[in-house]
Design a protein around this ligand. Structure first.
Ligand code: GUN
Length: 309
């Protein structure tokens, strides 16, 4: 049976976004494991943004990203977001605030100005923030109508209570669409999400549950994860623990969605799944090139929803 993503894709479809076609299956070398390529979907969605501008000629979607401090990976991620917006033909701006200059009051004033600016449709505070700032307090200064990340209590609560809100956090939306594009259905499947963060693990878990998966949400205190994973049909892993999922943990024919990305002590960029997992799985998203580009593309989609709905 094929999954309907009516709920998940309801708001993007209302403004004209189509679910991309991923073409002929591609496999990892010497294996029957399909490459769940996120780049091809992301590229298609960014191109759709460009095309859809013709249908909404009066409003150019605009994102403002606030980047506080000197966190090197955050600078790279924000740079990727800006590049995607340029490719989409959307407007974007980065407000960089050095850590020594930042105060809660100043940050609140910056956000309030953006809340009032009719030309700004989405506001993003890049996380993590420096430790002395309360993330929950800061992001809740963003007006809900400009919550492009879907990180505020309102949208998350809707997702947790079984609905698909207008804005779904980019990673969860990206994972859901990745599974849809590659024909991996969720109803009745045992989906194990590893990681319970507010912004990634939980929204992915709720997204799967809302699509009738049988859900297990595992985390750092879960006991005997290898035995649990043996029963999983789909594993969505977001730990940032390089190559910690080994092939012997897996059921043959399961699907792996790798949301982890980390630089190991050998300086290599690695996901959560060891490459040998390809011998057991029927599909695996690569790192890099899987969920990461989709997260960026979904930010364009979410900004378009806020601007055009
Ligand atoms: N830091 C890492 N990923 C994200 C994201 O999707 N949104 C924000 N605001 N910060 C992040």
């Amino acid at each position: 049976m094929h999954l309907s993503t009516k709920g998940l894709w309801e708001y993007p479809s209302q403004i004209g976004f189509k679910i991309p076609d991923v073409g002929e299956p591609q496999y990892y070398k010497d294996s029957e494991c399909r490459i769940l390529d996120g780049r091809v979907i992301a590229k298609n969605l960014v191109a759709q943004c460009h095309r859809l501008k013709e249908h909404h000629p009066l409003v150019i979607p605009k994102l403002v990203a606030i980047l506080v401090g000197d966190h090197a990976p955050s600078k790279i991620y924000v740079g990727r977001k800006m590049k995607a917006f340029e490719e989409a033909g959307f407007a974007s701006e980065v407000i960089e605030i050095p850590e020594k200059n930042v105060s809660l009051k100043g940050l609140n004033e910056t956000i309030e100005k953006l809340n009032q600016d009719p030309l700004v449709h989405g506001i993003l505070v890049q996380l993590p923030l420096p430790d002395f700032l309360d993330t929950h307090e800061v992001i809740h200064k963003i007006h809900p109508s400009k919550d492009v990340d879907g990180f505020l209590d309102g949208y998350l609560a809707q997702l947790a209570l079984g609905r698909f809100p207008p804005i779904i956090p980019c990673t969860a939306l990206g994972v859901g669409i990745l599974l849809q594009c590659y024909g991996i259905s969720m109803p009745s499947q045992h989906v194990v999400v590893i990681g319970r963060s507010r912004h990634v693990g939980r929204p992915c878990a709720w997204m799967a549950l809302n699509q009738d998966a049988t859900l297990t949400l595992a985390h750092s205190k879960t006991q005997d994860l290898p035995n649990l994973l043996k029963t999983a049909d789909v594993i969505i892993s977001a730990t940032g623990n390089p190559w910690f999922i080994q092939p012997e943990f897996l059921k043959s024919g399961a699907v792996g969605i790798d949301v982890g990305i980390s630089q190991d002590t050998d300086k290599k960029i690695k996901g959560d799944f060891h490459p040998d997992c390809q011998k057991k799985l029927r599909g695996l998203s690569p790192v890099p090139g899987g969920v990461g580009p989709l997260t960026v593309a979904m930010l364009c989609v979410n900004t378009a929803i806020l601007a055009w709905k």
